[in-house]
Design a protein around this ligand. Structure first.
Ligand SMILES: Cc1cc2nc3c(=O)[nH]c(=O)nc-3n(C[C@H](O)[C@H](O)[C@H](O)COP(=O)(O)OP(=O)(O)OC[C@H]3O[C@@H](n4cnc5c(N)ncnc54)[C@H](O)[C@@H]3O)c2cc1C
Length: 487
C-alpha cells in the first residue's frame, strides 16, 4: 500500500475499499469545524466530523469567545450603548485591518451579513447580555459582552471609518468564555445528528489524478480507515503556531517569541491542502500581543525603542502596538511612565522595571542611551501633549498626558522574556464559499477550508483586532459547511 502522508494525497485509484462513506467530512472540532458541521447538517447532508483530540475545543475553547460584529445600523448592544454602526464603516475598518492584501470579497460579505450572523449565533444559544464596558480592556472581568476590541478609535483607522466597539463577548463570568461557546456549538452539532469521531486524527486526503478530493484517511484505534466524502471535505484544523518546523519555514519572525497559544495547531490541514495543490498565502503573518494595556493608565505612557524614539500611537489595539514592537531594533522597547500613571502591569505580561529616576535624563543614562535621545523625545511629546495633540503619531487627546510628575520609570517589554503570545494568520487561500483555491486561482474540486487553516479576514498582524479570528472561523466555517453540503 502507498505510504500515507500528510503532505501528499493518497491516490484514489489505490483505495481498495472505502471503510465508510459520508456526504461531508469535516476535519477539526474547533469553532470553524463546528459551524461548518451545523450548516452542512442543517442543509440535510450526512456529516462526519473527525477530531484528533479526545473532545471538541481546539484553540477555540481556550479563547475569550469574543466575536467581531457590527454594521447595519449596529447590534442591539451597540445601539444600546449609543453607537450606530454602519456596514460601510465596518467594511472600511476590516479592509484597513486586513492589510495590503485584504480579502475584499470576504470583507464585503461579512460586513453585509454581520448582523445576520449575530442573530445566527444567538439562535444557536450563544448568550449576550448586551452591556458595554468602555475603556481599554482585554476581556470583560465579569459578564459584560461589548468592548472596544481593535484600533477603531485610534489613528489612522479613526480618520477613515466612524469608530464603534465591535468586540461581542459571550456572556460568561470572567475571562475565557471560549469553552462555553464550544459547548453550545457542540450541543447543536450533536442535536443535528452529526457523527462525531474523537481520537480520530486525519492523516491524509484522498484525491484522484485530476486533483479532485474524494475523501480522507483517518487513524482510528491505531488503524488507517478510508472515508469517502461524496460531497466534500472541509479542513478546519486551525493554524500552525505549535509546529516549529513550519514556523521556521513560513513564519520565522515568530521564532523570536516564546509563547505560542493554541491547542494542537500543527498545521496538518494546511499541509494536506497544499499537498493537493492548494495555495497557502500570508504564511508569515501572525497575531501577537504582550498584554501591556492593563491597568489602562499605562496607555497614557509612551513607547520608545532602544534609540529613544517613539514608533506608534500607543492608543491602538494592544496587539497592533505589540506587533510593531517586533519591528524595533534589539528585541526590546520601553514604556515610559510618570508617577501619576505608573501601575504594575499584569503579572502574566512579564514586564520588568528597567529604570527609575527623578528626571528623564537620568532614565536615559540608566538605559545606556546617547544623550538627548530619549529625553528629547519626551520633551517634544510633552510640549505637544500640553496642547492636547500628538502631531507625530496622532494619539487621541483622551490618552495624552504630559509626563512630568517624578519619579519616572521605564518598563521593559523584552521579546525574549516578556509574554508575547502568538498564533498564525496564514493558511489556505479560499473563496468566501470556503472552496480552496489552487495556485492558478482555480478551486480544488471537493475541498473546502475555514478558520485558521485559511487566510481569512484576519491576515495582517499589524491590523489584528480581538474577535476577528472567531468572526472568521464561525462565519466562514458556516459558508464552507453550507457549500460543501451543496456539493
Ligand atoms: C488564549 C486564547 C484566546 C483567544 N481569544 C480569542 C477571542 O476572544 N476572539 C477571537 O476571535 N480569537 C481568539 N483567539 C484566537 C482563536 O481562538 C483561534 O484563532 C480560533 O479559535 C481558531 O479556530 P479554528 O476552528 O480554526 O481552530 P481550532 O479551534 O484550533 O480547532 C482546530 C481543531 O482541529 C483539530 N485537528 C487539527 N489537526 C487535525 C487532524 N489532522 N485531524 C483531526 N483533527 C485535527 C485540533 O485538535 C482542533 O481541535 C484566542 C486564542 C487563544 C489561544
Amino acid at each position: 500500500m502507498n505510504h500515507i502522508s500528510t503532505a501528499r494525497p493518497f491516490p484514489h485509484e489505490q483505495v481498495e475499499q472505502w471503510d465508510e462513506e459520508t456526504d461531508v467530512a469535516i476535519v477539526g472540532f474547533g469553532a470553524a469545524g463546528a459551524c461548518a458541521a451545523i450548516e452542512a447538517a442543517g442543509a440535510g447532508a450526512a456529516v462526519t466530523l473527525f477530531e484528533a483530540a479526545s473532545g471538541s475545543g481546539g484553540a477555540s475553547a481556550l479563547s475569550g469567545g469574543e466575536i467581531y460584529l457590527g454594521g447595519g445600523g449596529g447590534t442591539d448592544a451597540q445601539r444600546a450603548a449609543g453607537f450606530e454602526d454602519s456596514t460601510e464603516a465596518l467594511e472600511t475598518y476590516l479592509t484597513m485591518a486586513g492589510g495590503p492584501d485584504a480579502d475584499a470579497a470576504k470583507i464585503a460579505l461579512y460586513a453585509r451579513e454581520s448582523l445576520t450572523h449575530y442573530q445566527w449565533l444567538k439562535d444557536q444559544g450563544v448568550p449576550y447580555k448586551g452591556t458595554f464596558l468602555p475603556g481599554k480592556i482585554i476581556e470583560p472581568a465579569e459578564d459584560d459582552t461589548l468592548i472596544w476590541s481593535g484600533s477603531e478609535a485610534a489613528w489612522p483607522f479613526s480618520d477613515a471609518a466612524t469608530p464603534a466597539p465591535r468586540g461581542h463577548t459571550i456572556q460568561s463570568m470572567g475571562w475565557g468564555g471560549g469553552r462555553k461557546l464550544m459547548d453550545i456549538f457542540e450541543a447543536r452539532v450533536r442535536a443535528l445528528g452529526v457523527d462525531v469521531r474523537c481520537d480520530a486524527r486525519v492523516l491524509s486526503l484522498v484525491a484522484d489524478g485530476e486533483g479532485r478530493v474524494a475523501g480522507l484517511v483517518v487513524r482510528i484505534d491505531g488503524q488507517p480507515r478510508f472515508v469517502r466524502a461524496r460531497k466534500g471535505v472541509v479542513l478546519a484544523t486551525g493554524g500552525f503556531c505549535m509546529n516549529r518546523d513550519m514556523l521556521r519555514r513560513y513564519a520565522p519572525q515568530t521564532l523570536r517569541l516564546t509563547d505560542p497559544i493554541g491547542e494542537q495547531d500543527n498545521g496538518s490541514g494546511i499541509l494536506m491542502g497544499m499537498g493537493v495543490g492548494g495555495d497557502a498565502i500570508h504564511m508569515d503573518e501572525f497575531f501577537t500581543t504582550c498584554p501591556w494595556i492593563m491597568p489602562e493608565s499605562l496607555v497614557k505612557g509612551i513607547f520608545v525603542n532602544t534609540h529613544g524614539q517613539r514608533f506608534i500611537n500607543e492608543d491602538c489595539y494592544h496587539g497592533r502596538v505589540s506587533r510593531t514592537m517586533l519591528d524595533q531594533p534589539e528585541d526590546r522597547v520601553y514604556l515610559l511612565v510618570d508617577n501619576a500613571i505608573f501601575a504594575r502591569p499584569l503579572d502574566i505580561a512579564r514586564i520588568e522595571i528597567a529604570a527609575v529616576g527623578d528626571s528623564w535624563e537620568e532614565i536615559e543614562r540608566e538605559l545606556g542611551m546617547p544623550k538627548e535621545t530619549l529625553a528629547a523625545t519626551v520633551r517634544t511629546f510633552n510640549r505637544y501633549a500640553a496642547e492636547g495633540r500628538d502631531p507625530m503619531f496622532r494619539k487621541a487627546p483622551e490618552w495624552l498626558k504630559v509626563l512630568d510628575e517624578g519619579p519616572f520609570a521605564a518598563l521593559e517589554l523584552n521579546v525574549g522574556t516578556s509574554f508575547f503570545s502568538f498564533f498564525t494568520l496564514g493558511g489556505l487561500a479560499t473563496r468566501p464559499s470556503g472552496e480552496v483555491l489552487g495556485r492558478a486561482g482555480d478551486p480544488i474540486p471537493g475541498l473546502y477550508a475555514a478558520g485558521r487553516a485559511t487566510s481569512g479576514l484576519p491576515r495582517w498582524g499589524h491590523g489584528y483586532s480581538s474577535g476577528l479570528s472567531l468572526a472568521d472561523c464561525t462565519f466562514f466555517g458556516r459558508m464552507a459547511g453550507k457549500n460543501a453540503a451543496a456539493g
